[in-house]
Design a protein around this ligand. Structure first.
Ligand code: NAP
Length: 267
């Protein structure tokens, strides 16, 4: 198995391409010769990245500035992708909130569900029929180790990532033998940028530097895993420990322990 061969008409779509893991996925895919469609809200940031990738790798890069949590903005993109030759889809865009749901902004919590879960479903359903018809495609779902367990004080995020984790691994079973690869990236903490010591979170302070994994490393091993049609990629020691604890410990035991930790993240 491998990733679809790049062609002049095919496009790899990366959501959340304006920073972090998404930017690294777009850069890695361009390095592998794939022309791209970059999706996020900040069009100006993506235009700069697009110019760099065109110059460095000679690929075509299109930019779609779109708030994926907004159904009206998402609809034209979904329609477009359903008619284009999409070879790879990286469902990466996502946000998280911390603290008790009752105290959080209800509108933002709803937007988180739309972005982290509903948009992932919509975009996947848009590109899947074409991939199956062409008997070629790759879908990388960016879930999280947080989706393996109940997490008080991170409830909406954990629930949306549980959706992504389960959707990805279920879908994969349906696509066996179709030529379409589906891989779940379920990381623990990934250091997307070096934190300012004054603003470092409790996770930044607790996890020593050598245990952090970078966006670039995460992108590379994830795309390699997609090429190999692995079910799930969990990069880094902390991610693996979180993943194992979350998947194999009794949920009633895990919830209060992680809930206490995440309460501190909520400030
Ligand atoms: N970093 C970690 O430790 C970690 C761990 C586990 C899982 N993950 C998952 O990995 C993915 C990427 O995370 P990251 O750490 O790279 O985050 P990040 O640096 O904050 O990037 C998030 C990306 O999503 C885009 N985005 C946010 N809201 C959006 C919206 N409403 N519509 C369209 N795009 C939107 C952002 O772009 P704009 O602001 O330009 O819209 C940005 O490109 C997420 O799904 C996250 O849950 C991350």
């Amino acid at each position: 198995m491998s990733l679809p061969t790049p062609t002049p008409t095919a496009r790899a779509v990366v959501t959340g391409a304006s920073s972090g893991i998404g930017e690294a996925l777009a850069t890695d895919l361009a390095g592998r010769g794939h022309s791209l469609i970059l999706v996020a809200r900040r069009g100006d940031v993506m235009e700069k990245l697009a110019a760099q990738l065109r110059e460095r790798h000679g690929v075509d890069v299109e930019v779609r500035a779109c708030d994926l949590s907004d159904r009206d903005q998402r609809a034209p993109l979904v329609d477009e992708l359903s008619t284009r030759e999409i070879s790879i889809l990286c469902n990466n865009a996502g946000i998280a909130t911390f603290g008790p749901v009752a105290e959080l902004d209800a509108g933002y919590e709803r937007a988180q569900v739309e972005l982290n879960a509903v948009a992932v479903h919509d975009l996947t359903l848009a590109v899947l029929p074409g991939m199956v018809e062409r008997r070629s495609g790759g879908i990388l779902m960016v879930g999280s180790a947080a989706g393996n367990m109940p997490i008080p004080n991170n409830a909406t995020y954990a629930a949306t990532k549980a959706f992504v984790n389960t959707f990805s691994e279920s879908l994969r079973g349906e696509l066996k033998g179709t030529g379409v690869n589906v891989t779940l990236l379920a990381p623990g903490p990934v250091r997307t940028e070096t934190p300012d010591p004054a603003e470092a979170s409790i996770v930044d302070k607790l996890v020593p530097d050598f245990l952090w994994i970078s966006s670039e490393y995460t992108a590379k091993v994830s795309l390699d895993a997609l090429a190999d049609n692995k079910m799930r990629i969990v990069p880094g020691i902390i991610s693996k420990a979180m993943s194992t604890a979350g998947q194999y410990s009794p949920r009633a035991v895990v919830a209060p322990i992680v809930g206490t930790f995440y309460r501190k993240l909520g400030g």
